[in-house]
Design a protein around this ligand. Structure first.
Ligand SMILES: O=C(O)c1cc(C(=O)O)c2c(n1)C(=O)C(=O)c1cc(C(=O)O)[nH]c1-2
Length: 248
């Protein structure tokens, strides 16, 4: 049976409560100050793969949208990450974080050493958005409903526990605090308006679940490799990719 708008929204939010990656032990370790410097570096390197692919995902989405009003609403997402003449953009802000933790930003941007599971998970998200319905593609982005809370907690936890953390290093997250809510308000309204049958509601809910799995899988990979020490062949090894002292 088709759910009311309110009940369907509650169902989507419940998925976040149960499955969002704020519950992952790696995040607890990171935000609680328990990560070693190399674990933080591994997170910065691997998460860059996500940053790299988000604009590809949004461009793939826009290439399929025939409604100019929807493209107009969506295109700021690409600018938020890639930047404009007046906005540095999220990708460069992420590289400031790379600098702060002592990594060579060219190494990070090269995406050499990214864990295989991270690569596969992030590529699966780009493909999903390319191949599934527009409704599923927009619904998959709704994990951002839950992101401001984790970004705020991360800013607080990193500032409290790590010497590298300062306003410049964490500027990526501070910017997302204002960028994400506008995107997600639009995306949520769009999904609630377009998921007007039980089948579409199920498809949208499953898209959101899929996306929580994309996020969770990346942190599982990080934990296995760098907390438990099973680094896959070819992945970043501590000591690699460091900035020269002058640049650090
Ligand atoms: O740090 C995080 O936990 C987190 C999560 C997510 C997310 O939920 O997908 C995004 C971001 N950050 C983020 O910074 C971001 O720009 C972003 C874009 C998207 C998306 O699906 O389009 N998710 C996320």
């Amino acid at each position: 049976m088709t759910q009311t708008r309110e009940a369907f929204e509650a169902r989507l939010r419940q998925i976040g409560t149960e499955r969002y990656h704020d519950r992952h032990p790696f995040h607890h370790r990171l935000h609680g100050g328990d990560c070693t410097p190399d674990e933080v570096r591994a997170w910065v390197i691997n998460r860059y793969q996500y940053q790299h692919c988000i604009p590809l995902k949004d461009a793939a989405f826009m290439s399929r949208v025939e409604d100019p009003d929807l493209r107009r609403a969506w295109r700021s997402r690409i600018e938020d990450h890639d930047g404009t003449d007046t906005n540095e953009g999220g990708i460069r802000r992420w590289l400031r974080l790379a600098d702060a933790v002592g990594l060579d930003r060219d190494y990070v941007a090269s995406r050499q050493g990214v864990l295989p599971a991270t690569r596969f998970a992030v590529e699966a998200y780009v493909r999903y958005v390319r191949d599934k319905s527009l409704l599923e593609a927009v619904a998959a982005s709704l994990t951002e409903l839950f992101a401001p809370k984790i970004h705020a907690g991360r800013i607080e936890g990193l500032l409290k526990h790590y010497d590298f953390a300062d306003d410049s290093a964490l500027s990526y997250f501070r910017n997302r605090l204002t960028e994400a809510p506008k995107d997600v308000a639009f995306g949520l309204d769009w999904v609630l308006g377009h998921a007007d049958t039980a089948e579409k509601q199920d498809a949208a809910a499953n898209a959101l679940i899929f996306k929580t799995e994309v996020l969770w899988a990346q942190l599982d990979a990080l934990w296995g490799a760098y907390v438990e020490g099973r680094i896959p062949p070819g992945a970043w090894q501590p000591g690699e990719g460091l900035a020269s002292p002058k640049a650090a």
